[in-house]
Design a protein around this ligand. Structure first.
Ligand code: NDP
Length: 315
Protein backbone atom coordinates (compact mmCIF):
# COMPACT_ATOMS: atom_id res chain seq x y z
CA UNK A 1 0.00 0.00 0.00
CA UNK A 2 0.88 3.69 -0.26
CA UNK A 3 2.37 5.36 2.81
CA UNK A 4 0.22 7.94 4.60
CA UNK A 5 1.98 11.08 5.72
CA UNK A 6 0.54 14.12 7.47
CA UNK A 7 2.37 17.39 6.81
CA UNK A 8 1.35 20.47 8.79
CA UNK A 9 1.57 23.82 7.00
CA UNK A 10 1.71 22.22 3.56
CA UNK A 11 0.07 25.23 1.91
CA UNK A 12 3.38 26.97 1.18
CA UNK A 13 7.16 26.87 1.36
CA UNK A 14 8.90 23.79 2.69
CA UNK A 15 5.68 21.92 3.54
CA UNK A 16 4.30 22.32 0.03
CA UNK A 17 7.60 21.39 -1.64
CA UNK A 18 7.79 18.25 0.52
CA UNK A 19 4.18 17.32 -0.23
CA UNK A 20 4.91 17.71 -3.92
CA UNK A 21 8.13 15.66 -3.78
CA UNK A 22 6.39 12.79 -1.94
CA UNK A 23 3.22 12.87 -4.06
CA UNK A 24 5.29 12.68 -7.25
CA UNK A 25 6.81 9.34 -6.23
CA UNK A 26 3.34 7.75 -6.37
CA UNK A 27 4.23 5.90 -3.15
CA UNK A 28 2.69 8.37 -0.72
CA UNK A 29 -0.69 9.80 0.08
CA UNK A 30 -0.11 13.23 1.58
CA UNK A 31 -2.52 14.68 4.11
CA UNK A 32 -2.00 18.40 3.93
CA UNK A 33 -2.97 19.72 7.39
CA UNK A 34 -3.63 23.41 6.80
CA UNK A 35 -5.46 26.34 8.35
CA UNK A 36 -6.55 27.79 5.00
CA UNK A 37 -8.31 25.17 2.89
CA UNK A 38 -8.63 27.24 -0.26
CA UNK A 39 -5.01 28.35 -0.18
CA UNK A 40 -3.90 24.74 0.25
CA UNK A 41 -6.10 23.56 -2.64
CA UNK A 42 -4.72 26.26 -4.92
CA UNK A 43 -1.17 25.50 -3.82
CA UNK A 44 -1.55 21.78 -4.50
CA UNK A 45 -3.02 22.49 -7.93
CA UNK A 46 -0.34 24.94 -8.94
CA UNK A 47 2.35 22.53 -7.74
CA UNK A 48 0.83 20.05 -10.21
CA UNK A 49 -0.10 17.47 -7.56
CA UNK A 50 -2.67 15.01 -8.77
CA UNK A 51 -5.90 14.49 -6.82
CA UNK A 52 -5.37 10.87 -5.87
CA UNK A 53 -2.10 11.70 -4.12
CA UNK A 54 -3.35 14.16 -1.51
CA UNK A 55 -6.15 15.12 0.89
CA UNK A 56 -6.49 18.49 2.55
CA UNK A 57 -7.69 18.56 6.15
CA UNK A 58 -8.30 21.60 8.30
CA UNK A 59 -5.87 22.22 11.15
CA UNK A 60 -5.21 25.47 12.97
CA UNK A 61 -2.29 24.89 15.31
CA UNK A 62 -3.05 28.15 17.12
CA UNK A 63 -6.12 26.49 18.64
CA UNK A 64 -5.91 23.35 20.76
CA UNK A 65 -9.60 22.63 20.01
CA UNK A 66 -8.74 22.62 16.34
CA UNK A 67 -5.83 20.24 17.00
CA UNK A 68 -8.16 17.87 18.87
CA UNK A 69 -10.79 18.08 16.11
CA UNK A 70 -8.19 17.36 13.47
CA UNK A 71 -7.02 14.28 15.38
CA UNK A 72 -10.62 13.06 15.80
CA UNK A 73 -11.40 13.44 12.10
CA UNK A 74 -8.16 11.76 11.15
CA UNK A 75 -8.89 8.80 13.39
CA UNK A 76 -12.44 8.56 12.02
CA UNK A 77 -11.14 8.61 8.43
CA UNK A 78 -9.77 5.13 9.04
CA UNK A 79 -6.50 5.96 7.31
CA UNK A 80 -3.35 4.52 8.81
CA UNK A 81 -0.69 7.00 9.91
CA UNK A 82 2.86 6.15 8.89
CA UNK A 83 4.68 9.47 9.14
CA UNK A 84 3.83 12.77 10.85
CA UNK A 85 5.72 15.90 9.83
CA UNK A 86 5.43 18.92 12.15
CA UNK A 87 6.44 21.65 9.75
CA UNK A 88 4.14 24.67 10.12
CA UNK A 89 5.50 27.76 11.80
CA UNK A 90 4.90 31.45 12.32
CA UNK A 91 7.68 34.01 12.56
CA UNK A 92 7.01 37.59 13.66
CA UNK A 93 10.37 39.36 13.59
CA UNK A 94 8.96 42.88 13.43
CA UNK A 95 6.03 42.54 15.84
CA UNK A 96 6.12 45.18 18.57
CA UNK A 97 3.39 43.49 20.59
CA UNK A 98 2.74 39.79 21.13
CA UNK A 99 -0.21 38.00 19.52
CA UNK A 100 -1.92 35.05 21.12
CA UNK A 101 -3.39 31.65 20.32
CA UNK A 102 -7.02 30.78 21.09
CA UNK A 103 -5.94 29.61 24.55
CA UNK A 104 -3.93 32.76 25.18
CA UNK A 105 -0.38 31.51 24.64
CA UNK A 106 2.11 33.77 22.86
CA UNK A 107 1.56 32.93 19.18
CA UNK A 108 4.99 31.71 18.01
CA UNK A 109 5.64 29.25 20.81
CA UNK A 110 1.91 28.48 21.02
CA UNK A 111 1.73 27.49 17.34
CA UNK A 112 5.19 26.14 16.56
CA UNK A 113 5.70 24.23 19.79
CA UNK A 114 2.52 23.75 21.87
CA UNK A 115 0.18 23.06 18.93
CA UNK A 116 2.60 20.49 17.50
CA UNK A 117 3.28 19.03 20.94
CA UNK A 118 -0.41 18.22 21.45
CA UNK A 119 -0.80 17.00 17.86
CA UNK A 120 2.11 14.57 18.08
CA UNK A 121 1.14 13.30 21.50
CA UNK A 122 -2.42 12.59 20.34
CA UNK A 123 -1.25 10.86 17.15
CA UNK A 124 1.52 8.80 18.73
CA UNK A 125 -0.72 5.76 19.16
CA UNK A 126 -1.74 5.84 15.51
CA UNK A 127 1.92 5.90 14.48
CA UNK A 128 2.60 3.07 16.89
CA UNK A 129 -0.13 0.96 15.30
CA UNK A 130 1.13 1.50 11.76
CA UNK A 131 2.50 -1.61 10.07
CA UNK A 132 4.57 0.44 7.64
CA UNK A 133 8.22 -0.71 7.40
CA UNK A 134 9.52 2.58 8.82
CA UNK A 135 7.26 4.89 10.80
CA UNK A 136 8.52 8.33 11.65
CA UNK A 137 7.74 11.49 13.57
CA UNK A 138 9.61 14.50 12.22
CA UNK A 139 9.74 17.93 13.81
CA UNK A 140 11.34 20.60 11.64
CA UNK A 141 14.07 22.43 13.53
CA UNK A 142 16.33 25.29 12.56
CA UNK A 143 19.88 26.50 12.68
CA UNK A 144 18.66 29.76 14.22
CA UNK A 145 17.93 28.05 17.52
CA UNK A 146 21.43 26.58 17.60
CA UNK A 147 23.82 28.97 19.27
CA UNK A 148 26.77 26.76 18.24
CA UNK A 149 26.43 28.15 14.70
CA UNK A 150 27.08 31.52 13.11
CA UNK A 151 23.42 31.99 12.18
CA UNK A 152 22.38 31.02 15.69
CA UNK A 153 24.54 33.79 17.10
CA UNK A 154 22.76 36.62 15.37
CA UNK A 155 20.96 38.48 18.16
CA UNK A 156 18.46 38.08 19.69
CA UNK A 157 19.73 34.59 20.51
CA UNK A 158 17.52 31.71 21.55
CA UNK A 159 17.55 31.24 25.31
CA UNK A 160 14.95 29.41 27.35
CA UNK A 161 16.43 30.46 30.70
CA UNK A 162 14.81 28.74 33.66
CA UNK A 163 11.49 28.35 31.78
CA UNK A 164 9.62 30.64 34.17
CA UNK A 165 7.51 32.21 31.40
CA UNK A 166 6.48 28.80 30.05
CA UNK A 167 5.65 27.65 33.57
CA UNK A 168 3.44 30.73 33.96
CA UNK A 169 1.53 30.03 30.73
CA UNK A 170 3.13 32.58 28.33
CA UNK A 171 0.00 34.67 28.53
CA UNK A 172 1.22 38.17 29.33
CA UNK A 173 -1.19 38.37 32.27
CA UNK A 174 0.33 36.61 35.25
CA UNK A 175 3.43 35.59 33.33
CA UNK A 176 5.79 36.85 30.68
CA UNK A 177 5.02 36.07 27.02
CA UNK A 178 8.57 34.72 26.65
CA UNK A 179 9.76 31.31 27.82
CA UNK A 180 12.68 32.80 29.79
CA UNK A 181 10.44 35.40 31.43
CA UNK A 182 11.89 38.35 29.46
CA UNK A 183 10.34 41.16 27.41
CA UNK A 184 8.46 40.16 24.25
CA UNK A 185 10.69 39.81 21.19
CA UNK A 186 9.11 38.19 18.13
CA UNK A 187 12.36 37.00 16.53
CA UNK A 188 13.55 35.46 19.79
CA UNK A 189 10.16 33.81 20.41
CA UNK A 190 10.51 32.04 17.05
CA UNK A 191 14.04 30.84 17.84
CA UNK A 192 12.95 29.70 21.29
CA UNK A 193 10.08 27.76 19.70
CA UNK A 194 12.56 26.00 17.39
CA UNK A 195 14.72 25.00 20.37
CA UNK A 196 11.55 23.53 21.93
CA UNK A 197 10.91 21.64 18.66
CA UNK A 198 14.40 20.10 18.71
CA UNK A 199 14.26 19.28 22.43
CA UNK A 200 10.81 17.72 22.02
CA UNK A 201 12.05 15.44 19.24
CA UNK A 202 14.86 14.18 21.51
CA UNK A 203 12.52 13.71 24.47
CA UNK A 204 10.16 11.68 22.25
CA UNK A 205 13.14 9.59 21.22
CA UNK A 206 14.16 8.90 24.83
CA UNK A 207 10.64 8.10 25.98
CA UNK A 208 9.24 6.18 23.04
CA UNK A 209 11.77 4.98 20.48
CA UNK A 210 12.59 1.64 22.05
CA UNK A 211 9.03 0.78 22.95
CA UNK A 212 7.41 1.83 19.66
CA UNK A 213 10.11 1.49 17.01
CA UNK A 214 9.15 4.94 15.72
CA UNK A 215 12.01 6.98 14.27
CA UNK A 216 12.05 10.49 15.75
CA UNK A 217 14.00 13.07 13.77
CA UNK A 218 14.56 16.77 13.30
CA UNK A 219 16.39 18.66 10.58
CA UNK A 220 17.68 21.93 9.30
CA UNK A 221 16.91 21.88 5.59
CA UNK A 222 19.12 24.90 4.76
CA UNK A 223 18.18 28.54 4.44
CA UNK A 224 15.11 28.70 2.20
CA UNK A 225 15.23 32.46 1.91
CA UNK A 226 12.27 32.68 -0.48
CA UNK A 227 9.45 31.15 1.61
CA UNK A 228 6.51 32.90 3.22
CA UNK A 229 8.25 32.65 6.58
CA UNK A 230 9.75 36.07 6.02
CA UNK A 231 6.45 37.64 4.95
CA UNK A 232 6.30 39.87 8.03
CA UNK A 233 9.84 41.15 7.67
CA UNK A 234 10.58 44.67 6.43
CA UNK A 235 10.64 44.98 2.60
CA UNK A 236 14.39 45.76 2.43
CA UNK A 237 15.16 42.56 4.33
CA UNK A 238 12.96 40.51 2.01
CA UNK A 239 14.74 42.04 -1.00
CA UNK A 240 18.29 41.47 0.27
CA UNK A 241 18.00 38.24 2.25
CA UNK A 242 17.84 35.76 -0.70
CA UNK A 243 20.91 37.19 -2.55
CA UNK A 244 22.75 37.53 0.78
CA UNK A 245 22.17 33.85 1.49
CA UNK A 246 23.02 32.87 -2.08
CA UNK A 247 26.25 34.78 -2.54
CA UNK A 248 27.59 35.66 0.91
CA UNK A 249 26.73 32.85 3.34
CA UNK A 250 26.13 30.33 0.53
CA UNK A 251 23.55 28.68 2.78
CA UNK A 252 20.72 29.27 0.30
CA UNK A 253 18.62 26.34 -0.85
CA UNK A 254 15.63 26.45 -3.20
CA UNK A 255 12.22 25.38 -1.96
CA UNK A 256 12.42 22.39 -4.31
CA UNK A 257 15.75 21.23 -2.92
CA UNK A 258 14.64 21.76 0.70
CA UNK A 259 11.46 19.79 -0.07
CA UNK A 260 13.56 16.92 -1.41
CA UNK A 261 15.64 16.95 1.77
CA UNK A 262 12.62 16.76 4.05
CA UNK A 263 11.13 14.09 1.77
CA UNK A 264 14.31 12.05 2.36
CA UNK A 265 13.82 12.28 6.11
CA UNK A 266 10.25 11.03 5.55
CA UNK A 267 11.00 8.12 3.27
CA UNK A 268 14.67 7.36 2.61
CA UNK A 269 15.41 3.82 3.82
CA UNK A 270 18.87 4.91 4.96
CA UNK A 271 17.59 7.65 7.28
CA UNK A 272 15.97 5.44 9.92
CA UNK A 273 18.20 6.37 12.84
CA UNK A 274 16.18 7.90 15.67
CA UNK A 275 17.04 10.97 17.75
CA UNK A 276 18.99 12.61 14.92
CA UNK A 277 19.09 16.24 13.79
CA UNK A 278 19.84 16.04 10.06
CA UNK A 279 21.64 18.63 7.98
CA UNK A 280 23.08 18.64 4.45
CA UNK A 281 26.55 19.57 3.25
CA UNK A 282 27.43 21.64 0.19
CA UNK A 283 27.21 18.56 -2.02
CA UNK A 284 23.65 18.04 -0.71
CA UNK A 285 24.55 14.89 1.22
CA UNK A 286 22.83 14.36 4.56
CA UNK A 287 24.79 14.09 7.80
CA UNK A 288 24.01 13.88 11.53
CA UNK A 289 24.55 17.36 12.89
CA UNK A 290 25.46 18.50 16.41
CA UNK A 291 22.97 20.55 18.38
CA UNK A 292 23.93 23.45 20.63
CA UNK A 293 24.25 22.85 24.35
CA UNK A 294 20.81 24.24 25.13
CA UNK A 295 19.17 22.40 22.21
CA UNK A 296 20.48 19.09 23.58
CA UNK A 297 19.96 19.72 27.30
CA UNK A 298 18.17 16.60 28.59
CA UNK A 299 17.02 18.16 31.82
CA UNK A 300 15.48 21.11 29.98
CA UNK A 301 13.85 18.75 27.48
CA UNK A 302 12.18 16.88 30.33
CA UNK A 303 10.99 20.08 32.03
CA UNK A 304 9.60 21.50 28.77
CA UNK A 305 7.79 18.21 28.16
CA UNK A 306 6.18 18.31 31.59
CA UNK A 307 5.26 22.00 31.50
CA UNK A 308 3.87 21.63 27.97
CA UNK A 309 1.73 18.69 29.07
CA UNK A 310 0.12 20.91 31.68
CA UNK A 311 -0.45 23.79 29.26
CA UNK A 312 -2.12 21.65 26.58
CA UNK A 313 -4.22 19.73 29.09
CA UNK A 314 -2.50 16.34 28.95
CA UNK A 315 -1.48 16.31 32.62
P1 NDP B 1 6.10 29.30 5.23
O1 NDP B 1 5.65 30.53 5.92
O2 NDP B 1 6.17 29.28 3.75
O3 NDP B 1 5.24 28.05 5.70
C1 NDP B 1 4.71 27.96 6.96
C2 NDP B 1 3.45 27.17 6.91
O4 NDP B 1 2.91 27.09 8.24
C3 NDP B 1 2.36 27.79 6.04
O5 NDP B 1 1.75 26.75 5.30
C4 NDP B 1 1.40 28.37 7.05
O6 NDP B 1 0.06 28.40 6.63
C5 NDP B 1 1.54 27.35 8.16
N1 NDP B 1 0.98 27.85 9.42
C6 NDP B 1 1.28 28.97 10.09
N2 NDP B 1 0.49 29.09 11.17
C7 NDP B 1 -0.33 28.02 11.19
C8 NDP B 1 -1.37 27.58 12.03
N3 NDP B 1 -1.76 28.30 13.09
N4 NDP B 1 -1.99 26.41 11.75
C9 NDP B 1 -1.64 25.69 10.66
N5 NDP B 1 -0.67 26.06 9.82
C10 NDP B 1 -0.02 27.22 10.07
O7 NDP B 1 7.55 29.02 5.86
P2 NDP B 1 8.63 27.85 5.62
O8 NDP B 1 8.16 26.91 4.58
O9 NDP B 1 9.93 28.52 5.46
O10 NDP B 1 8.64 27.15 7.04
C11 NDP B 1 8.37 25.78 7.21
C12 NDP B 1 9.24 25.22 8.33
O11 NDP B 1 10.61 25.34 7.96
C13 NDP B 1 9.10 25.94 9.66
O12 NDP B 1 9.08 24.98 10.70
C14 NDP B 1 10.37 26.78 9.74
O13 NDP B 1 10.74 27.00 11.09
C15 NDP B 1 11.34 25.85 9.05
N6 NDP B 1 12.56 26.46 8.56
C16 NDP B 1 12.54 27.39 7.57
C17 NDP B 1 13.72 27.93 7.12
C18 NDP B 1 13.74 28.96 6.05
O14 NDP B 1 14.84 29.43 5.73
N7 NDP B 1 12.62 29.34 5.46
C19 NDP B 1 15.01 27.52 7.68
C20 NDP B 1 14.89 26.55 8.71
C21 NDP B 1 13.72 26.03 9.12
P3 NDP B 1 -0.53 29.57 5.66
O15 NDP B 1 -0.12 29.18 4.28
O16 NDP B 1 -1.99 29.47 5.89
O17 NDP B 1 0.08 30.85 6.11
Amino acid sequence: RKGSVIITGASSGLGLATAKALAETGKWHVIMACRDFLKAERAAKSAGMSKENYTIMHLDLASLDSVRQFVDSYKRSGRPLDVLVCNAAVYQPTAKEPSFTAEGFELSVGTNHLGHFLLSRLLLDDLKQSDYPSKRLIIVGSITGNTNTLAGNVPPKANLGDLRGLAGGLNGLNSSTMIDGGEFDGAKAYKDSKVCNMLTMQEFHRRFHEETGITFASLYPGCIATTGLFREHIPLFRLLFPPFQKYITKGFVSEDEAGKRLAQVVSDPSLTKSGVYWSWNKASASFENQLSQEASDQEKARKIWELSEKLVGLA
